[in-house]
Design a protein around this ligand. Sequence first.
Ligand code: AMP
Length: 363
Amino acid sequence: MIVPPGSTIGILGGGQLGRMLAIAAAQLGYKCHVLDPAEDGPAAQVAAGFTRAPYDDPAALRALADAVDVATYEFENLPVAPLEVLGEKLRPSARSLAIAQDRAREKAFIEECGGRVAPWRAVASFDDVLAAVAELGTPVVLKTRRYGYDGKGQAWIRSPDEAQAAWQAIGEEPAVAEAGVDFVAEFSVIVARWADGRHCFWDSAENKHGEGILRRSTVPSSDAVALQVAEAREAAVGIAEALGHIGVLTVEFFASRDGPVVNEIAPRVHNSGHWTIEGAVTSQFEQHIRAICDLPPGPTDLVGGGAVMDNLIGDDVDRWPELVAEPGLHVHIYGKGEPRPGRKMGHVTRVESAEPVRGTGEH
Ligand code: AMP
């Protein structure tokens, strides 16, 4: 189903990912209609249409389904059942969402697809946590099954006597207990897949986190990561195939001594792909729009020698006067208002120049 330029794309979720999707869509001649419970969010500020409503509001979803030609999401913590009203118009489908939003289902699914994950157990009580710690050893990280992001809903158990405090810290909610991975580096594979199975990747970014939040993505990656990218891509495309995914899918990996270990999947564009806006011929945002509208894939090659993307977290954004004055630095500010600690307020990307091609002097 080709959705031609001039059509309207619904976006569920009104954060910075929706904003950058809407900007890419506008360049190709689409209009976007954003649905978000918050007024004046980053995406609504740049979209042609906006509905302020809870994500499970049946009347608002019905009206959105009638108003748009295709719909997508920028956020995975959406209630799945009410999205049924969008039917075939929802790309990726609700299935990608249902699996990615529950860490236990996600891990079981990745294993079914042949991907490697850290040893894990589903836990629903403190006794389960104790049993998991006994079986997995320490360190172990508890992660709530739902609604975790940027390190939220997570607590580490470094020795068995920390189990109680960790269980309380995550709110005694259903969770997964996951063995700590002794990784060399973290990286992501971003794949865009079309309904007919065509797919493409970008170069894998090496990702540095601080306090559970992505700080920096660098392309090209170190050799330690580069050696694991082929195997990681195979796992990522296997997951995308098994989901029948349409659009961009991100798989985050640990580069461990035993090879790539999947940390988690996001059925959407991802912070570790923001560098593609200026650093690749086609950005992850444009490619997602191309895939869900069934336009041909754009090339994903680097435009220069690579790129470095740094997030502006909390009051980092107050440095904007010096950042916008820096020649060649691409500054993105998301329009969020108050810079709270840990809040992603924007990002900056520097594209590295390509190595000059040196003549050999021989002709
Ligand atoms: P997540 O929200 O699951 O992506 O976790 C945020 C960050 O915490 C990851 O990017 C890692 O830096 C760290 N982390 C999460 N799970 C593990 C693990 N099993 N072993 C080691 N580090 C982890």
